[in-house]
Design a protein around this ligand. Structure first.
Ligand code: FAD
Length: 634
């Protein structure tokens, strides 16, 4: 017997990470009388990608100190993504991001002050330094105060969005369950803000065996944003731009403070420069209309690519030359350690275990497994309306349809009415990082309040039959386990009991990771794929989906959460593969190479790739949308 609890609200926020916290704060600011609720899979005090803390805020313009202009920032972001970004969306969060950082400062986040100027200490052109171990609790406190603890539903994993029975394009809430006690939640809301973060562990991680579970983007980033958007039929964008980062080997320690603040270089194994031997070839293949190779800041993807070419030439691995910049007993050593202790403690633990001293020896840098994200140096996510003053209006020659246009009334509303996105969930506007994600949450929040006001007379309808069938579907893995628990044919293995009638979450996850790694440009193929491999991935993903439907089993509520995380990851993986198959060029060679189309092709592919999945028919549609530049190009 499932305990069901209905929660009625004006606005539902799904996911209380950086974007969700921003949405909470801003919605309350604009609507004192609204009931705003937030559902969070973990506990917002320490949830999301910032759970461990951070050592830098990566997006801060410094407008009050005249350090940068928003226009320059848009140019930088466009260049880093090799020409393809929604400049209206990037401009919009960039023009507001400083005010977010000033709020963090006011709330007590220790940002390194620059005593002489009254500005902040810069890590790089766009980044500032923080003592950020408690970044998330500080931000969460503001969200909690805004909403009231009684409106924050911690430990509730949201699995599906609810549609209006009379309008299949209208989202009216969501369902999920408490991962501790199994209570089933039905949230009914006039507007929903989806901010459930990005996707890790879709590709086989480099950390295996004793290191299993470690990854750069956290293992709890389960691609729920994308899974729910896709299944609800929202238009997705740029899902092919999955992301690979160079990080300290095995601990995934960040490189920013070393490279930008301490000015540490990366060399090949012989101390030589990794870029020069490859720049001519890279220029030939990837210069494009924007002359990307010779931009003032070389795009992340090209730097990653050059390091890989060095590796393939037998001169790997890449080494961070900490031995040249970190000096024992000085501030540089303190910074080096604090950087990891603030945000990736595992790296210090590994160094301690290996008797490694950064001042004495360089350390290996390696490229990670791919991640599906929308807030870092990449741009997977929902296709959303831009702000009215910046988004190009009615693009001539294209259908007057949200699938192609940039503006349909409410900033950050997805192509589904009443559903807004922010942070990793929102596509085509990368480089938001923590501060930009919080800012985008604020933008989506303000816009959602406007939507609620404009629709104040509308009654939220939820179809009982739809809810009942979702309860049955979501709980089915628990029942399946109970019914067939005597089918086990071998005792517990290191994964799960072997049982021909069941697929446990870890078995499904490993299968997904193997498919994606070996066919869709994971690290074991050195991020190379082609049409044949991608088609094979689709075929195997289809089998995996069928097995999920028929065999997914869970022994308890915790495993049930893992099962639905797996489902979100599978749907996301399929979108990624279909997008990679559609884009017949190699635009971000550091992230993946389509070996059958190894060069950048601006003539045909200077476009967004958008897609839509129809859950009823199981069919996908993909199409191109032109990139409109609002800042002079190049
Ligand atoms: P998150 O902050 O991850 O929030 C998503 C939330 O949704 C989480 O609380 C999660 O528990 C919840 N959730 C997920 N699924 C569900 C579900 N189904 N139901 C309910 N809740 C759900 N940024 C910087 O500015 N500077 C840095 O130096 C920096 N370094 C980074 C280093 C690392 C190791 C990582 C992982 C990230 C780093 N970032 C940095 C990036 C920054 O953390 C992200 O850009 C930002 O957190 C994204 O915000 P978000 O709200 O979209 O996702």
């Amino acid at each position: 017997m499932v305990r069901v609890r209905y929660v009625d609200a004006d606005i539902l926020i799904i996911g209380g990470g950086m974007a969700g916290s921003g949405a909470a704060w801003e919605t309350r600011y604009w609507c004192r009388n609204c009931r705003i609720v937030l559902a969070e899979k973990a506990n917002i005090n320490r949830s999301g990608a910032v759970a461990m803390g951070l050592s830098a805020i990566n997006t801060y313009m410094g407008l009050k100190c005249k350090e940068n202009t928003v226009e320059d920032y848009v140019k930088y972001v466009r260049g880093d993504l090799m020409g393809i970004v929604r400049e209206d969306l990037v401009y919009d969060y960039a023009r507001h991001v400083d005010s977010t950082v000033h709020l963090f400062d006011e709330w007590g986040l220790p940002i390194w002050p620059e005593p002489k100027t009254g500005c902040y200490v810069r890590e790089g052109k766009w980044q500032i330094m923080i003592h950020g171990e408690s970044y998330k609790p500080i931000v969460a406190e503001a969200a909690r105060k805004a909403l009231g603890d009684e409106n924050i539903f911690n430990r509730v994993m949201v699995t599906h969005l609810l549609k209006s029975p009379s309008n299949p394009n209208r989202v009216v809430g969501a369902v999920g369950f408490n991962v501790n006690d199994g209570t089933f939640y039905v949230f009914r809301a006039k507007a929903v803000i989806l901010s459930a973060g990005g996707g890790s562990q879709i590709y086989r991680p480099r950390s295996q065996g004793e290191g299993l579970g470690r990854s750069w983007y956290p293992p709890w980033s389960s691609a729920s944003s994308y899974g729910m958007l896709i299944e609800a039929g929202a238009v997705m964008t740029m899902m092919e731009a999955r992301f690979v980062v160079p990080r300290f080997k095995d601990g995934y320690g960040p490189v920013g403070a070393y490279q930008l603040l301490l000015k540490t270089r990366i060399s090949n194994a012989y101390g030589q420069d990794f870029w020069k031997p490859h720049v001519d070839e890279i220029r030939k293949l990837y210069s494009g209309k924007g002359n990307y190779v010779d931009l003032p800041i070389t795009p992340t993807t090209l730097r990653v690519f050059a390091q890989r070419l060095e590796w393939l030439a037998g001169r790997g691995p890449s080494l961070m030359r900490t031995d040249e910049t970190v000096k024992k007993g000085t501030e540089s050593e303190a910074i080096a350690y604090e950087d990891f202790l603030d945000m990736t403690i595992s790296q210090v633990v590994i160094w301690a275990g290996q008797n490694h001293e950064p001042a004495d020896r360089p350390y290996e840098i390696i490229t990670t497994e791919p991640y599906v994200m929308g807030s870092h140096a990449t741009e997977c996510g929902a296709w959303a309306s831009g702000p009215e003053d910046l988004a190009p209006k009615k693009i001539e020659g294209l259908p007057d349809d949200r699938r192609y246009q940039y503006f349909w009334g409410y900033n950050r509303m997805t192509t589904l009415d009443g559903l807004f996105c922010a942070g990793d969930a929102c596509g085509a506007n990368p480089h938001k990082f923590s501060s930009g994600s919080f800012t985008e949450g604020r933008l989506a929040g303000k816009s959602a309040v406007l939507y609620v006001m404009d629709h104040s007379d509308e009654k939220v309808e939820v179809d009982r039959a739809q809810v009942d069938s979702l309860i049955a579907k979501i709980m089915e893995p628990l029942e399946r386990y109970q019914k067939g628990r005597y089918n086990v044919v071998t005792g517990p293995s290191y994964m799960h009991p072997i049982d021909p009638t069941k697929m446990y979450w870890k078995q499904g996850l490993f299968r997904l990771q193997k498919i994606m790694d070996e066919y869709a440009g994971g690290w074991s193929t050195m991020y190379v794929t082609n049409e044949w491999m991608l088609n094979r991935a689709l075929e195997l993903l289809q089998f995996l989906k069928e097995d999920f439907m028929n065999y997914a089993a869970a022994q308890d509520w915790h495993e049930l959460m893992r099962v639905w995380e797996l489902w979100h990851r599978i749907l996301t993986a399929e979108a990624v593969v279909r997008h990679m198959l559609f884009r017949k060029e190699t635009r971000w060679p550091g992230y993946y190479v389509r070996a059958d189309y190894p060069a950048l092709d601006d003539e045909n592919w200077h476009v967004f790739v958008n897609s839509r999945y129809d859950a009823k028919t199981g069919q996908w549609e993909l199409w191109k949308v032109p990139v409109i530049h609002i800042i002079e190009f190049p």
